[in-house]
Write a protein that binds this ligand. Structure first.
Ligand SMILES: [Zn+2]
Length: 572
């Protein structure tokens, strides 16, 4: 009978679900296809030059590999690249007493289970031995598993008991975080309370561990400051936390983020003369939204409910679809995918109608909250549709996060979205409620600090009784100062004046109104007492009102003859 097993198609399917694959050798007549008769790892070692580092989601590359070698076994790279950790059992006894949530599960050549769980940076590679015998191992960053329908040297075929795509990959159970660590290794979990006496050492260890995973100094600092605030009893001074971070960052950044960029080789120590540095041109970035949103980057829009972030986002969507300027900044024209996961379908429709959207404006919408395998599906869609902008509104209706305050969990959940942006060149914008986090997570917001550290641009929208404002915090380019937002009758958004100017002109009105009600000219002191607002604003406003002849000032300002102010109207 024809061989019905098609390894290439399986590899393509896994990649389409976000699992990065690469080809491995396979057993032939009890030997390894590497043709080394002494091969000690039959059918389980990489066929490609860089092994694990060649793991990819790229369909063309995968096709090429399996066209060249249709019998190659399939390896799935574990860790952040695929968003998974795998617990591989060597004996059924070792499973006893462990809670194992329903999740993607493969059966090895010997019929033993491989459980796939969602990636979590706190879980580390480990082999658990009982009585000197390996009983199970945890595979994450830097390691891989052989996947069905690969061939085992026993002649058995790896099989799925629960196939990827048919069931969601479960959140890792607690026991994966609480494993006995091998001798010499440091524990990987962070204690809830870090008492006086161990604060320095614990924070330093955590910083080193984050560094080893490839986080930047700034990202580590953000995490450490938060841990210091919430877990250290009492917290260390901020300067000490900065010191710990600095020390840890003397170590080179680890593989977690960089391994796939530099082929794992450490960079050479190089000296740059200051003159050379000064002569370097400003880096040019490709912008999706000029000066604000980098191509292939990510952003987050943060606001309390009802401030208008969805309105703002849809307006950006339609401007982008048409290549029109938005808030005075150029857009790169292209298709937009807008995930409206919270609002009612008809509300979204009405808004687009009011903005005079046309049926051929290239915008695709999705209204399914908490989609199954959302990231993998989105990647598939993005690879087909090639959008320039993807808006996820809001983020937590797309990615499930158990604990928004868990820095590591949040950044791990975001990683696949960030790599989607990087891999496809689309800009990924996520919307995020400020207050939701506060409600769920106590006073403040480790979650959002993780979010802030992960994205390239943060837009912060605010609303007062007088205006809405927006400002940015950016990794690239300069931050945008806080400006007001205008929303017209058709709910089209545009940039207003700077917030400071808005405050000042409001103060102008307030002072003029106050002076208009006075029967006689008043001293500046009286204005400060009677008019609410910041003193500095009142001084500035009064000065410019006088200069513009909108307020009359009499008196010399000397002792016994103070300045007196009155409105133009009341002096006439
Ligand atoms: Zn071999």
């Amino acid at each position: 009978m024809e061989q019905v097993i098609n390894l290439g198609n399986s590899a393509l399917k896994y990649a389409s679900l976000g699992l990065a694959v690469f080809p491995c050798h396979f057993p032939v007549d009890g030997q390894c296809s590497c043709k080394n008769p002494q091969c000690g790892n039959i059918g389980k070692h990489p066929k490609t030059e860089h092994g694990m580092k060649d793991a990819t989601l790229d369909q063309t590359q995968i096709k090429e590999w399996w066209l060249n070698d249709p019998l190659a076994n399939i390896a799935i790279a574990c860790g952040s690249i695929s968003g998974i950790v795998v617990a591989e059992f060597d004996t059924l006894d070792a499973i006893q007493g462990k809670v194992i949530p329903a999740t993607v599960t493969a059966l090895s050549g010997r019929g033993l289970p491989h459980f796939y769980f969602r990636y979590h940076p706190k879980i580390i590679n480990d082999s658990i031995k009982i009585n000197g015998k390996e009983t199970f191992s945890i595979r994450t960053d830097g390691r891989y598993v052989i996947a069905p329908p690969s061939l085992h040297y026993t002649g058995n075929i790896y099989q799925w008991s629960r196939e990827p795509g048919s069931i969601e990959i479960a959140i890792p159970p607690d026991w994966l975080f609480e494993l006995p660590t091998p001798e010499g290794a440091k524990p990987s979990t962070v204690p809830d309370i870090i008492p006086n006496g161990s604060r320095d050492n614990t924070l330093y260890t955590i910083a080193c561990s984050l560094r080893a995973k490839g986080l930047s100094e700034n990202e580590i600092l953000v995490a450490l400051l938060e841990m210091n605030r919430t877990r250290c009893k009492p917290p260390l001074a901020e300067t000490q936390v900065r010191e710990k971070t600095k020390q840890a960052c003397k170590h080179p950044a680890g593989r977690f983020l960089t391994a796939y960029q530099n082929n794992g080789s450490a960079p050479n120590l190089e000296l740059t003369p200051l003159g050379t540095l000064l002569a370097e041109p400003e880096p040019q970035y490709d912008w999706q939204l000029e000066h604000r949103l980098p191509v292939g980057g990510s952003s987050m829009v943060v606001a309390k409910p009802k401030v208008g972030k969805s309105t703002w986002g849809r307006c950006l969507a339609i401007r982008t679809a048409r290549g029109q300027d938005f808030m005075g900044f150029k857009t790169r024209q292209g298709k937009v995918i807008y995930l409206a996961l919270e609002e009612k379908r008809e509300e979204v429709r009405r808004h687009f109608q009011r903005m005079d959207a046309k049926e051929d404006d290239p915008i695709l919408l999705c209204f399914t909250p908490n989609p199954q395998n959302g990231i993998a599906k989105l990647r598939e869609i993005v690879e087909q549709e090639c959008p320039v902008l993807i808006i996820v509104d809001p983020l937590f209706k797309f990615i499930k996060i158990k604990d928004c305050n868990d820095y590591a969990e949040v950044s791990a959940a975001l990683t696949p979205l960030l790599s989607l942006a990087r891999d496809t060149g689309a800009h990924v914008m996520t919307m995020h409620h400020e207050s939701k986090i506060e409600r769920e997570g106590g006073d403040q917001i480790l979650g959002s600090t993780a979010l802030f550290a992960a994205v390239d641009t943060v837009f912060s929208l605010k609303r007062t009784d007088r205006y809405r404002t927006i400002k940015t915090i950016q990794r690239y380019g300069e931050d945008m100062r806080e400006i007001t937002l205008e929303i017209d009758d058709n709910q089209l958004v545009s940039a207003g004046v700077e917030r400071h100017e808005a405050d000042l002109s409001h103060m102008d009105d307030t002072i003029r109104e106050f002076l208009g009600k006075q029967k006689a000219p008043v001293e500046e002191k009286t204005i400060h007492e009677a008019v609410e607002g910041r003193r500095e604003l009142k001084i500035k406003s009064l000065r410019r009102l006088v200069e513009a002849n909108k307020v009359v000032r009499t008196g010399s300002g000397k002792k016994g003859d103070p300045f007196l102010y009155s409105s133009i109207a009341s002096t006439q």
